[in-house]
Write a protein that binds this ligand. Structure first.
Ligand SMILES: C[S@@+](CC[C@H](N)C(=O)[O-])C[C@H]1O[C@@H](n2cnc3c(N)ncnc32)[C@H](O)[C@@H]1O
Length: 255
């Protein structure tokens, strides 16, 4: 009670957050997975087939990778975070899915054997512009690490680095998916296109969420030819809890 009154996020007091119907452990100082990020996880799951190689960059607690594995497992799941506390937390959350968690800077700690083999690369990288970090609610500003929030001058520095190397790690036809904001989406789309990915954006008004999805062109140059429909995430689990997934309003943004 005292810690909550002192402004600690509820999830840090409880030690867990609900994400896509899962209970995700969230240690002190680790980014709390947001409800809007379920939109990213659901899109990533829609591109994931059993046995797929899934890479969750900037994984934090590992919530996104855990949700994808829960919806589509078994998958070969890798996750990376630069923050040792986040990597430790993700190891616990991804153990059941057999996920391998690597500590380090973006692609740097990954085994070279993964190059060109990733089917789904998902990244909820920090995307708040430096000048806007001070405007965040105190729960985030004071209790989540700055490195989890600050995306540089225009908020897109880490997205640029993720997109720049993505084609080298994706298999032909593989997808990169990142969360961004509605106001930043056109620039994120542009970053994807400049790095050889075929981009589109999707938004959910209900979750106030925006995701940019980029395909590494397949040999036939028709990356959308086999695009699967977006389905509800973790439907079996939801059904058991009697919750109904309503379709999201999707539309193209900025490209
Ligand atoms: C916005 S949080 C998202 C965490 C998690 N994906 C989620 O959605 O709950 C961003 C995460 O990126 C990590 N991060 C920041 N810079 C990084 C880098 N260069 N390499 C790897 N991880 C990084 C932070 O430590 C933080 O855990």
């Amino acid at each position: 009670m005292e810690r909550r009154a002192a402004g600690l996020p509820l999830e840090h007091v409880l030690g867990w957050a609900e994400f896509c119907g899962l209970r995700i452990a969230v240690d002190p100082g680790v980014f709390v997975p947001r409800r809007r990020t379920e939109f990213l996880a659901r899109h990533a799951a829609a591109f994931t087939r059993p046995g797929a190689v899934v890479l969750d960059l900037c994984c934090g607690s590992g919530a996104v990778g855990a949700a994808v594995a829960d919806a589509r497992g078994p998958v070969a799941l890798h996750a990376v975070d630069i923050d040792p506390a986040a990597a430790r937390c993700a190891r616990r959350n991804l153990a059941a899915a057999g996920g391998q968690v690597h500590e380090g800077d973006l692609y740097e700690p990954l085994p070279a054997a993964l190059r060109g083999r990733v089917d789904v690369l998902v990244a909820n990288a920090p995307y708040v512009p430096t000048d806007a970090v001070g405007l965040l609610p105190p729960e985030a500003r004071l209790h989540e690490p700055r490195a989890a929030l600050d995306g540089g001058a225009d908020g897109l520095d880490i997205q640029r680095r993720v997109a720049h190397a993505a084609a080298a790690w994706l298999r032909p036809g593989g997808r990169l998916l990142v969360e961004t904001s509605r106001g930043q989406a056109a620039r994120t789309v542009d970053i994807f296109a400049r790095n050889g990915l075929v981009p589109r954006a999707a938004t959910s008004d209900e979750l106030n969420a925006t995701v940019v999805i980029g395909a590494r062109p397949a040999v036939d140059q028709r990356p959308d030819a086999e695009e699967p429909p977006l389905t509800g995430h973790g439907e079996g689990r939801r059904a058991r809890h009697g919750r109904v997934q309503t379709p999201d309003h999707e539309r193209h943004v900025g490209g």
